[in-house]
Write a protein that binds this ligand. Structure first.
Ligand SMILES: Nc1ncnc2c1ncn2[C@@H]1O[C@H](COP(=O)(O)OP(=O)(O)OP(=O)(O)O)[C@@H](O)[C@H]1O
Ligand SMILES: [Mg+2]
Length: 482
């Protein structure tokens, strides 16, 4: 908008300046040349009055007489006056001329009728430069003659050149000044809009508590800011009640579901109960219970209440534990390459995170799951890879969204709910880390978790207990969890 306003103002002004310049120069030229034409016409007419028949008859070299003297004085035969005159007889011969035209033939071939006046502007090679040439036709005692007067336009042309130069230098300066002024002025008026935009950009669904700055005054921008803040308040309160509702609902569901599952377990122990039916109730109740627990965890994460113990967690031990569990299940080959990696955080949540990743890997693997911890660039690195189909590139961000399950896995018997990776992302973010899905070299999926390092695992837990974090300690949760 700023660029557009500046361009529009400058372009409009440029058109006006060019049009004004052209019209102004044309008017100036008209008035300057008009004066030269008038003076040349007066000169020609004056000289006409001094022409007599015997001067015409005797020609340029004729004897001196009173009439000849008068004519020579009128044309300036002996002194150079700047405007030059020739008197031509009916045959075009020069009978009198100004000093500057000595020895020249007629400088104009025009033959106006008696009493008529012709005027033209042209180059006169004999004199050099442009001239206003006036030719007057006249008659004395039945003898036709012409008076030619030439008035130089050198001064007029110089004045025009100077005016054009002033315009050529002044116009760009004027345009630059106007462009700079428009740019500054629109920038200043748009500053509050930019401030509003930047604030809104920073307001994420994770934190709708930000408000845009309201500029002083009651102009459109101020009213827009007020309206936007009202809208943000409404959004925030509706989001809060929605989250509260999910949290409350999951919380309330927890105990009846647990009771149902316990009842189903007791019932299935009863030898007389229908086996398939009690199994179904038991496993479905178990799934509902897990789902409710997931929802509760996510609702707490949304409210920023993901309660978190702050303890040392050895990621390599957590991962080795998972490796042992998967080996015991025996469905896949497990390769673990771990180095001691200690982070600060909540042991249960981090175990949950690793479990979700290894569950996915074991479910999708063709035969092998690879687990790895490492230290890299001052961060803790945990990788879970499998040789399955991998996650398509276009879905690598989306799989971390809630309830996202890719089509291929929908028909799998082990129906997940699509919350596993969303929970992984929330826990990683709550620990100041990030998680990404990548292609595994050689095919398959690789999920990489990066967490800030805690105190070193070799027992030098000398980190200040008051700060309790050690080098590379846990940072506040970041919105950019993925
Ligand atoms: N290792 C993997 N290989 C291929 N696809 C994967 C892998 N891990 C996850 N996905 C895809 O990402 C989707 C989302 O995973 P996520 O763990 O969030 O949900 P889920 O495993 O389907 O269900 P849940 O974990 O809640 O039981 C999965 O449905 C699957 O399509
Ligand atoms: Mg999963």
């Amino acid at each position: 908008m700023r660029v557009r306003s500046t361009l529009a103002a400058t372009a409009l002004l440029a058109v006006l300046v060019v049009a004004g310049g052209v019209v102004g120069l044309a008017a100036l030229r008209g008035s300057l040349y008009g004066a030269a034409e008038a003076s040349s016409a007066v000169q020609a007419r004056l000289v006409r009055l001094s022409v007599s028949a015997d001067v015409l008859d005797s020609g340029l070299e004729g004897p001196g007489s009173a009439q000849r003297s008068a004519l020579e004085a009128a044309v300036g035969a002996d002194d150079d006056r700047g405007s030059h005159v020739q008197v031509l007889d009916a045959d075009g011969r020069v009978v009198a001329r100004s000093a500057a035209l000595a020895g020249l033939d007629a400088i104009s071939g025009a033959r106006p009728a008696v009493g008529e006046l012709l005027q033209e502007e042209r180059e006169v090679p004999a004199l050099g430069g442009r001239w206003v040439v006036t030719v007057v036709g006249a008659r004395v005692d039945d003898r036709d003659f012409r008076v030619v007067a030439a008035e130089s336009t050198a001064e007029e042309d110089a004045a025009l050149r100077q005016a054009a130069l002033v315009l050529a230098v002044g116009a760009p300066l004027l345009l630059a000044a106007i462009a700079a002024a428009t740019w500054t002025f629109t920038g200043r008026s748009l500053r509050p809009v930019e401030a509003i935009r930047r604030t809104v950009e920073g307001i994420t669904s994770a934190g709708l508590d930000g408000r845009v700055p309201v500029p002083e005054g009651r102009d459109e921008v101020a009213r827009l800011a007020v309206t936007m803040n009202e809208m943000l308040s409404r959004l925030e309160s509706s989001q809060r009640s929605q989250r509260r509702f999910v949290a409350d609902a999951s919380h309330e569901l927890r105990s009846p579901v647990a009771t149902l599952r316990a009842a189903a377990e007791v019932w299935s122990a009863d030898a007389g109960a229908p086996r398939e039916f009690t199994e179904l109730v038991r496993s479905e109740a178990g799934r509902v219970e897990a789902l409710v627990a997931d929802l509760l965890l996510l609702a707490r994460a949304d409210e920023g209440r993901l309660a978190r113990e702050d303890a040392d967690v050895d990621l390599d031990e957590v991962l080795e534990g998972e490796a042992a569990r998967l080996r015991a299940l025996g469905a896949v080959r497990v390769r673990a390459r771990t180095v001691p990696v200690r982070v600060r955080g909540d042991h249960r949540q981090l175990s949950r995170l690793v479990r979700n990743l290894t569950d996915n890997a074991a479910r999708h693997a063709a035969g092998t799951v690879e687990l790895r911890t490492a230290l890299e660039g001052g961060s803790a690195l945990l990788e879970v890879a499998d040789d399955g189909p991998g996650v398509p590139e276009a879905e690598r961000e989306r799989v971390f969204e809630r309830f996202v399950r890719l089509d291929a896995s929908r028909d799998r018997a082990s129906g997940g709910t699509g919350l596993g990776l969303a929970i992984v992302a929330e826990i990683a973010a709550a620990h100041g880390g990030s998680v990404r899905a990548l292609p595994r070299p050689g095919g398959g999926a690789l999920v990489r978790l990066v967490l800030p390092l805690g105190a070193p695992a070799d027992g030098t837990d000398a980190a200040d207990p008051a700060d309790g974090r050690g080098p590379g300690g846990v940072q506040p949760p970041s919105a950019a969890s993925r």
